[in-house]
Design a protein. Structure first.
Length: 306
C-alpha cells in the first residue's frame, strides 16, 4: 500500500474514502469498503484520505485519545483493500476553505472520480462543508459522492466517541461489537521487574502508548497471538497498586505458553472481557492467589469465544 504524506496529485484516478477513521469501526468499514468496491468496479485506485492527528488536538488543544495507533490504522486499511493512503498533517490544511478543499484536494490531489464519506462528514476551515455541500461541489467536476448512513447498535449510532466511552468504562464486549473486531494492542515486549516469573506467572510487559485512550485499569481476559498461534491470556492494564509502577503498563500472563523469550518482539494482544477492576491487595500472597483465579476465569472466557 502506497502512503502519501504530501499534497501531490495521484498518478491514477481514484475512488477515495474521506475521514479520520479513528478505530475503523463498522461504520468506517462501510465507508471504506464502498470506496474500494467502486474502485474495483470502475477501474480506479482504491484510496483513503485521512489525517495524522485528530483535528480536536490541534484546534481545541485536547489530549489525544485515539483508539488505535497510526501503524495499526494503516495495517487495517491495507486489509480492507486500500491501495493508496493520503496521510496528511492536519495543520497544513486546517485553514483551507471548503471550496478549495474540493477543487485543490479532492479534484486536484486525489484525482478523484468517486468519493465516499460518512453521514456526518465535515470539511474545510471551521468544518464549514457538509455532506450535501460536498455532493453539490463535486458534481461540477464530474465526481460522484456517496455518504453512508449511520449504523445504529443498541438504539444509538456507532461512533468513535461511543467506543472510547466503552473502553474507558472497561466495557470491552460492547467496544468490540462496534469495532467489528477485538480491541487491543500490537506492541514490543519490554523488560519488567520479573516478579511474575518469581511467582510462577511470568508476564509479557508492554508500555502503554502515548496518545491512545486508556481502558479502565484492571484485569482482562485476552487472546494473544505468538508465531501464528492463539493463547488465552490474563492481561493487567494499570499501575500495579500492590507492587507499584511509575507508568501505565500492559502485563499479560499466558498460562499455557512455554516458548521462547519475546523481548523486543511485537506481540498482538486482543482484549475479550473485563474480569475485575485494578485494586490494592494486602500483600503479594493475596495477589498471587487472585492472579491464579483470574487465569481460570480467562481460560473459560477464551474458550467460550472460540
Amino acid at each position: 500500500m502506497k502512503i502519501i504524506r504530501d499534497l501531490i496529485r495521484s498518478e491514477m484516478p481514484t475512488s477515495t474514502a474521506l475521514g479520520y477513521f479513528d478505530g475503523i469501526h463498522i461504520g468506517h468499514r462501510a465507508v471504506i469498503s464502498e470506496a474500494v468496491q467502486t474502485a474495483l468496479r470502475d477501474g480506479l485506485i482504491p484510496s483513503v484520505f485521512t489525517l495524522m492527528q485528530s483535528p480536536r488536538t490541534i484546534l481545541r488543544g485536547e489530549e489525544s485519545r485515539n483508539i488505535l495507533t497510526t501503524e495499526e490504522k494503516l495495517d487495517l486499511l491495507a486489509q480492507l483493500g486500500v491501495e493508496q493512503v493520503y496521510l496528511i498533517d492536519f495543520r497544513t490544511i486546517k485553514d483551507i476553505t471548503a471550496e478549495d478543499f474540493v477543487r485543490d484536494m479532492v479534484c486536484g490531489c486525489f484525482n478523484a472520480r468517486h468519493i465516499s464519506c460518512g453521514f456526518n462528514y465535515h470539511f474545510g476551515a471551521g468544518a464549514a462543508g457538509s455532506g450535501d455541500m460536498l455532493e453539490d461541489m463535486c458534481r461540477k467536476y464530474g465526481i460522484s459522492v456517496l455518504a453512508r448512513p449511520r449504523i445504529v447498535m443498541d438504539g444509538s449510532p456507532v461512533s468513535s466517541t461511543r467506543i472510547r466511552e466503552c473502553i474507558v468504562a472497561g466495557d470491552i464486549l460492547s467496544a468490540n461489537r462496534m469495532l467489528g473486531r477485538k480491541y487491543g494492542f500490537c506492541l514490543p515486549v519490554v523488560h519488567g521487574k520479573q516478579l511474575g516469573r518469581q511467582w510462577g506467572t511470568p508476564t509479557l510487559n508492554q508500555n502503554f502508548p502515548e496518545g491512545l485512550v486508556k481502558p479502565e485499569f484492571g484485569v482482562y481476559a485476552s487472546s494473544v497471538v505468538v508465531d501464528g498461534k492463539s493463547y488465552y491470556g490474563v492481561t493487567n492494564i494499570g499501575v500495579k497498586p500492590t507492587v507499584g509502577s511509575d507508568r501505565v503498563l500492559i502485563e499479560t500472563w499466558m498460562p499455557e505458553y512455554n516458548g521462547r523469550d519475546l523481548y523486543g518482539e511485537y506481540v498482538d494482544i486482543r482484549l475479550l472481557r473485563n474480569i475485575r477492576s485494578e485494586r490494592r491487595f494486602s500483600g503479594t500472597d493475596e495477589l498471587k492467589k487472585e492472579i491464579l483465579k483470574n487465569g481460570d476465569q480467562a481460560k473459560e472466557i477464551f474458550l467460550s469465544m472460540q
